[in-house]
Design a protein around this ligand. Structure first.
Ligand code: NAD
Ligand code: FES
Length: 275
């Protein structure tokens, strides 16, 4: 069990929750995640740990309300309890001095790239960050990313803020301008991570992506999170969530992520009609 010690609304559908979970806060490393559950029969929701405060025993998660379960979690208020929290899960991201690293966050994926970018900066890398969203209102953690980055590029799909275009346009521009990049870390929608990898593969730039397939137990038991990497089946929860992006079968990942869209829709409609 964990209680919510703080709640912030980053956008109407993206919430940041600070949870009191001292044991996890002591152990968690950048790139790792927790699984939370609201209610005895609640769905298990995997969420990356964005920040932690070891002294206060708290950790921060950012969630986008997309389905029934994330809406339920997002509706909880300060002081309320989350039934279960398990973690830290997954492997920490590889953090060392690579040289110049470009960290890319697409939409809510910025919340996942932030802790890794911060750790990479701390390890002595020159950090160039790119964050993007559909529009200005949906952009998150700009201030935090600016603070840790040597250079920050911001894009919006509709041009309402920063440069008009996708994060991949900004990446292509950096490459065209002659920036030598030693590593790219990209987190966001599957289509974005796949597009980033198509660009970096041509340039032979090592690229790490953080995958978020459907998960159930988060401990390698159920197989729900299987992904194909370099032709082999891997479990994102115990073998990842970080993988070499050039080896990931993104088409299969996209198909598997869409598998329960209809069920999600029905669950949401049922919840709304029960109100
Ligand atoms: P979004 O659709 O608004 O996209 C965010 C940004 O990604 C866009 O502004 C654009 O710059 C870039 N992008 C999107 N599609 C692209 C494409 N085809 N080519 C190049 N760039 C592209 O994202 P959102 O609605 O904030 O994010 C929701 C998605 O992110 C969900 O699908 C969710 O599953 C995924 N997500 C992934 C992770 C992870 O760990 N990988 C974590 C959270 C959410
Ligand atoms: Fe069950 Fe990964 S979530 S094996």
């Amino acid at each position: 069990m964990a209680y919510i010690s703080e709640k912030r609304e980053l956008t109407p559908e993206i919430k940041q929750l600070v949870l009191s979970a001292p044991e996890i806060a002591q152990k968690v490393k950048p790139g790792q995640f927790v699984i939370v559950r609201c209610g005895e029969k609640g769905e298990r929701i995997p969420l990356t740990v964005v920040e932690q405060d070891e002294e206060k025993g708290t950790l921060s998660i950012i969630l986008q309300e997309v389905g029934n379960s994330t809406k339920k979690l997002g509706s909880l208020e300060k002081g309320e309890e989350i039934t279960d929290i398990a973690g830290p899960l997954g492997n920490p991201s590889e953090v060392m001095n690579f040289g110049t690293v470009v960290c890319i966050g697409g939409g809510v994926g910025t919340a996942m790239v932030y802790p890794v970018a911060k750790a990479l900066k701390g390890a002595g890398n020159r950090l160039v960050s790119i964050i993007g969203a559909k529009n200005r209102q949906l952009l998150i953690l700009e201030e935090q990313m600016r603070k840790i980055s040597d250079r920050l590029l911001v894009t919006t799909d509709d041009g309402s803020y920063g440069t008009h275009g996708f994060v991949t346009d900004a990446l292509e521009k950096l490459i065209a301008d002659g920036l030598t990049i030693d590593r790219v870390v990209a987190v966001g929608p599957v289509a974005m991570m796949s597009a980033v990898c198509r660009i970096t593969e041509k340039q032979d730039i090592q690229t790490i992506v953080s995958l978020n397939p459907i998960m159930v137990d988060g401990t390698g038991m159920c197989g729900a999170c299987r992904v194909t990497v370099a032709g082999e089946t891997k479990f994102a929860c115990i073998d990842g969530p970080d993988f070499d992006g050039h080896q990931v079968n993104f088409e299969e990942l996209l198909r598997r992520q869409r598998m329960y869209l209809q069920e999600e829709k029905i669950a949401l409609e049922k919840e709304n009609s029960d109100k």
